[in-house]
Design a binder for this molecule. Structure first.
Ligand SMILES: [Zn+2]
Ligand SMILES: [Zn+2]
Length: 343
């Protein structure tokens, strides 16, 4: 089969490899579509620091059940499925408490749980192997474009579930970055709340996309961004800021507009630093969280919202062998929503 692999620093190639056999408790999924994420660009750009050369990329995979390993029950060959982003153990204290994105066994203090396409072979291939527990039914959702639900959907869902208490009518939510995650996060906020959404992006096409998806206000960032948002909230600030970019200018905007006791969720891996100390810099009570991935429950909620037609992934497909064009388009900001590789 064909597989898109990160083989050496900054080098991605399409390789021919044997079709993998599912081991006990595993499922082989015939991939229908695999999302390309900014995290993939991050891995490709890590150079020598990347510890797993040779693995197949792709942490957003969906497709059809193709073969069952021994002991697997409850799955039908040919059924459409999605592969969970985070392969938590399911049994440790964190998992049992429903914090499986912070699994004590598969992850750690500095590491996230096992992730296909990052820790081991992912979905940018004809087939992917996954533990049966982490292969979830898609029902009527088309698997070609469903893969991104497991990161571009799941990750905003988790961040948003942690701010639900502030999504009251009249609340203001600022969303920074309307790319793969941002375009879904915006839809989730609108689907589950009556909050006002202000979408910010420096690309006019992405702002138009945000407006189409229901953003109440859209604007490009500039020197007056923070003042404009404060004015829109009577000087009080935004209840919630979801930063799907995470570079210093977006983090600075978050700090400048967050309301007292407001909730900031830093999701994008841009490397910005949020200014905070015991006294000053941020308003009293501000709650900042580095938000990573999501729980199994968050994923089930994303799938339910998608099945109900309340959220969707907007995507452009590329043949698997055109992976480099997809990477270049994402890198250069030409992708609206998600790029999906189709084997
Ligand atoms: Zn990702
Ligand atoms: Zn666990």
């Amino acid at each position: 089969m064909r597989a898109v692999k990160l083989t050496s620093p900054s080098t991605v190639t399409l390789e021919e490899t044997p079709v993998p056999e599912p081991g006990p408790g595993e499922i082989r999924v015939k991939v229908a579509g695999a999302g390309l994420c900014h995290s993939d660009l991050h891995l490709i750009g890590m150079g020598d620091a990347w510890p797993a050369f040779g693995i197949t990329l792709g942490h957003e995979g969906a497709g059809y059940v193709d073969a069952l390993g021994s002991g697997v029950t409850g799955h039908d060959i040919g059924a459409p499925v999605i592969v969970n982003l985070l392969w938590s153990c399911g049994d440790c204290r964190a998992c049992v408490e429903g914090r499986d994105n912070a699994c004590e066994v598969a992850g750690g203090r500095d590491d996230f749980p096992t992730t296909p396409g990052i820790s081991l072979n992912g979905s940018m291939a004809d087939y992917v192997i996954a533990p049966a527990r982490h292969v979830l039914p898609l029902g009527d959702i088309d698997p070609v474009g469903a893969g991104p639900l497991t990161d571009a959907g799941l990750t905003p869902m988790h961040a948003i579930n942690s701010v639900r208490r502030r999504l009251t009518p009249g609340a203001t939510v600022v969303i920074l970055g309307i790319g793969g995650l941002g375009h879904v996060g915006l839809q989730i906020v609108k689907a589950i709340s009556a909050a006002r959404v202000i979408a910010i992006d420096n690309d006019e096409k992405k702002l138009a996309h945000a407006a189409e998806l229901g953003a109440d206000l859209t604007f490009a960032p500039g020197p007056d961004t923070a003042a404009q948002i404060l004015e829109l909230t009577g000087g009080y600030g935004a209840d919630v800021v979801l930063d799907f970019v995470g570079v210093q200018p977006t983090v600075d905007t978050a700090a400048a507009v967050i309301a007292p006791e407001g909730l900031v969720r830093l999701v994008g891996l841009g490397g910005g630093t949020f200014p905070m100390r015991a006294v000053g810099l941020a308003p009293w009570g501000v709650d900042v969280q580095r938000s990573y991935g999501g729980t199994r429950s968050d994923l089930l909620e994303v799938l339910a919202l998608a099945a109900a037609g309340k959220i969707r992934i907007d995507y452009t497909t590329y043949p698997l062998e055109d992976f480099q064009r997809a990477i270049d388009d994402l890198h250069d900001g030409r992708v609206i929503g998600r790029a999906v590789l189709v084997p």
